[in-house]
Ligand binder design. Structure first.
Ligand code: SF4
Ligand code: SF4
Length: 95
């Protein structure tokens, strides 16, 4: 086997969907006050990817984004599953 290179992380933020809430930046353990934050912006600006090489692929950003605007290596926050909708309907006494 030759030398191993870690595959590049691909973080995509769809600026058209971004609501500029900043929650992804707050959720990211590799952003915030770090010298080379992975994500920056939010809080009135579209979030953007600044230093993707520091991403640890924890998926916190994608899981946090209610606008489902972030994909990390193709994974974004799942839509509500049918089971979640059924549970919600039960709570509301719909059946
Ligand atoms: S959590 Fe989603 S909507 Fe909010 S700033 Fe980040 S990308 Fe935009
Ligand atoms: S996957 Fe984790 S480390 Fe990477 S940008 Fe998202 S929250 Fe930050």
């Amino acid at each position: 086997m030759g030398s191993e290179e870690s595959a590049a992380v691909i973080i995509e933020i769809n600026a058209r969907f971004c609501r500029r809430c900043g929650e992804c930046v707050e959720a990211c353990p590799q952003s915030g006050d770090r010298e080379k934050p992975v994500l920056r912006g939010g809080r009135g600006e579209a979030a953007e990817v600044a230093n993707p090489e520091n991403c640890i692929v924890c998926l916190s950003c994608a899981a946090t984004c209610r606008a489902r605007a972030i994909k990390v290596n193709g994974v974004k926050r799942p839509a509500l599953a049918v089971s979640d909708l059924e549970a919600s309907a039960k709570v509301k006494g719909l059946y």
